[in-house]
Design a protein around this ligand. Structure first.
Ligand code: C5P
Length: 411
C-alpha cells in the first residue's frame, strides 16, 4: 500500500464514549499522515475520555460535539458533514452506537450525522467482552454488515477491566490501514441505490482522449471529455469494485475510491493498462484513443517556417485488441462510436477485438456521445443480441452498462 493512500480523501470520524477514545488523537494523526482531511464528530460521552481540543489540534478542524451549535451556512450542518465525506469511520464504536445505528436512532451528534452518511463506512468496535457477545450486539453487527458497513476488530487483548478478552479496539495503525485499503461500497439506502454487486471485483477502465505529440506544443487528439469512462469508474467503485482508471488528458477529478493513473499518449495508455490488466477481472476500453501519431516526434518546438505541411503518420497501438488477445478469464468490454450501421459495425468490432460486449453509440445523433452530458447506447453481445438503454445522464447509462456486464458475466 502506498504511504499516502488517503491523499485528498475527506474522512469523517465519529468518536463515541468508550475508554478506547483516548487513542483517537493518534488515529487522526495516522489518517492525516496518509493524506486524509479529517473531520471529527463526537458524542458528549466521548468528551469524558478525550478532549475535543486534542482532536481539533491533530485534525486541524473544528470538532463537532454539539448538534445545536450555530451553523455557518444555510445547510443543516450534520447533513453537510455527511455529504462531504468520501470515507467514514466510527472509532471507538460502543455497543450503544451499534444498537442505535442498526435501529435508526439518532439522538447524539454521531448517530445523527452517520444516519445521513452514504460514503463507505468502517466501524471499529470497542467494549467489554460480555457486551460484545450479547446477542443484541451480534444482531446489530449482522444487520449493519448487510447494509455494507465494514468492521475492523475488536481484537483479543487486555481490557480496561483488568483481564484479557475480545473487545479491544484495533490499534490506530491497523484501523487507518484498513480504511485506506477498504473496497469502495456505499451504505445501503431504502428503495435501491448501489447494489454492491461488484464487491471485490477488480476493474480496469481506460478513458478520455489521447494526445499524440508532434513537438511539445502540437499534438493530434479528439474532443473526448472522458465523462463516460469516469462515470463507469464511479459506478463500479460505488458497487464495491476496486477500480483503476487509466485516463488521457481530461478535466475531471478522480471519482472517490478510484485509483487514477494519468497518461498522455496511446503508447503510455497501453503501458499503464498492461500493468493493471494483469490483475483485472473486468476491462472496459472507454478511451477515445487517437488512431495515428506523427511518425517523428520532435523534442523541441518546431519553427513554422521549417514544418513540413505533409505530416507523416503511423498507427498507434490498439489497446483493446492488444490486451484482449490474451484475456484469459477476464471480461472485456469495448466501445464503438459510429455514425452508420451502428449495430452491425459494433458487432464486427466485438469479434475483431475479442470483446465480450460492445457498447455502441451513434455519434451522428445531436447532443449525445462525445463530450456531452448525456448518452444513448446499445449494448451488443457476441450472439448479436442487443440491449437498448434509454437516453440518460452518463452516470445512469454507466449503471445500465454495469447491469449488463454483471448479468452477462454470470450467464
Ligand atoms: O476501432 P475503434 O477505435 O473504433 O474501436 C473502439 C474501441 O477500441 C474502444 O473501446 C476504444 O477504447 C478501443 N481502442 C483502443 N485502442 C486504440 C483504438 C481503439 O483501445 N488504439
Amino acid at each position: 500500500m502506498t504511504e499516502r493512500a488517503l491523499e485528498g480523501r475527506r474522512v469523517l470520524l465519529g468518536v463515541t464514549g468508550g475508554i478506547a477514545a483516548y487513542k483517537t488523537p493518534e488515529l487522526v494523526r495516522q489518517l492525516v499522515e496518509r493524506g486524509a482531511d479529517v473531520q471529527v464528530v463526537m458524542t458528549p460521552a466521548a468528551r469524558q475520555f478525550v478532549a475535543p481540543l486534542a482532536l481539533q489540534v491533530v485534525s486541524r478542524r473544528t470538532v463537532v460535539s454539539d448538534l445545536f451549535a450555530r451553523s455557518e451556512g444555510a445547510e443543516v450542518r450534520h447533513i453537510a458533514m455527511a455529504r462531504e465525506a468520501d470515507l467514514a469511520l466510527i472509532a471507538p464504536a460502543t455497543a450503544n452506537l451499534l444498537g442505535k445505528l442498526a435501529h435508526g436512532i439518532a439522538d447524539d451528534p454521531v448517530t445523527t450525522v452517520f444516519l445521513a452518511v452514504t460514503a463507505p463506512t468502517l466501524i471499529a468496535p470497542a467494549m467489554n467482552d460480555e457486551m460484545w457477545r450479547h446477542p443484541a450486539v451480534a444482531a446489530a453487527v449482522e444487520r449493519l454488515e448487510e447494509w455494507r458497513y465494514r468492521f475492523v476488530g475488536p481484537e483479543e487483548g487486555f481490557l480496561a477491566e483488568g483481564y484479557a478478552g475480545v473487545g479491544r479496539m484495533s490499534e490506530p495503525e491497523t484501523i487507518a490501514a484498513t480504511l485506506a485499503a477498504m473496497p469502495y461500497s456505499t451504505i445501503a439506502r431504502a428503495g435501491g441505490g448501489a447494489p454492491g454487486d461488484l464487491d471485490g471485483v477488480r476493474v480496469l477502465i481506460t478513458a478520455g482522449p489521447t494526445r499524440e505529440h508532434l513537438d511539445p506544443v502540437r499534438f493530434l487528439s479528439n474532443p473526448s471529455s472522458g465523462r463516460m469512462g469516469y462515470a463507469l469508474a464511479a459506478e463500479a467503485a460505488a458497487r464495491g469494485a476496486r477500480v483503476t482508471l487509466v485516463s488521457g488528458p481530461a478535466e475531471i477529478s478522480a471519482p472517490a475510491g478510484v485509483e487514477l493513473v494519468r497518461v498522455t499518449s496511446a503508447e503510455e495508455m497501453l503501458a499503464a493498462s498492461q500493468r493493471a490488466f494483469a490483475t483485472a477481472d473486468v476491462f472496459i476500453a472507454a478511451a477515445a484513443v487517437a488512431d495515428f501519431r506523427p511518425a517523428r516526434r520532435f523534442d523541441h518546438k518546431q519553427k513554422k517556417a521549417t514544418l513540413d505541411p505533409h505530416l507523416e503518420l503511423e498507427p498507434t497501438p490498439d489497446i483493446l485488441e492488444t490486451l484482449a488477445r490474451d484475456k484469459g478469464e477476464r471480461f472485456v468490454v469495448g466501445f464503438a462510436a459510429e455514425t452508420e450501421n451502428v449495430i452491425a459495425s459494433a458487432h464486427d468490432k466485438l469479434l475483431r477485438k475479442h470483446a465480450d460486449l460492445v457498447v455502441a453509440n451513434d455519434v451522428g445523433m445531436p447532443d449525445i456521445g462525445f463530450a456531452a452530458e448525456e448518452n444513448q447506447v446499445s449494448i451488443v453481445a457476441p450472439d448479436g443480441s442487443v440491449i437498448e438503454l434509454d437516453r440518460a445522464a452518463k452516470r445512469t447509462v454507466a449503471g445500465g452498462v454495469w447491469d449488463a456486464i454483471v448479468t452477462t458475466r454470470k450467464a
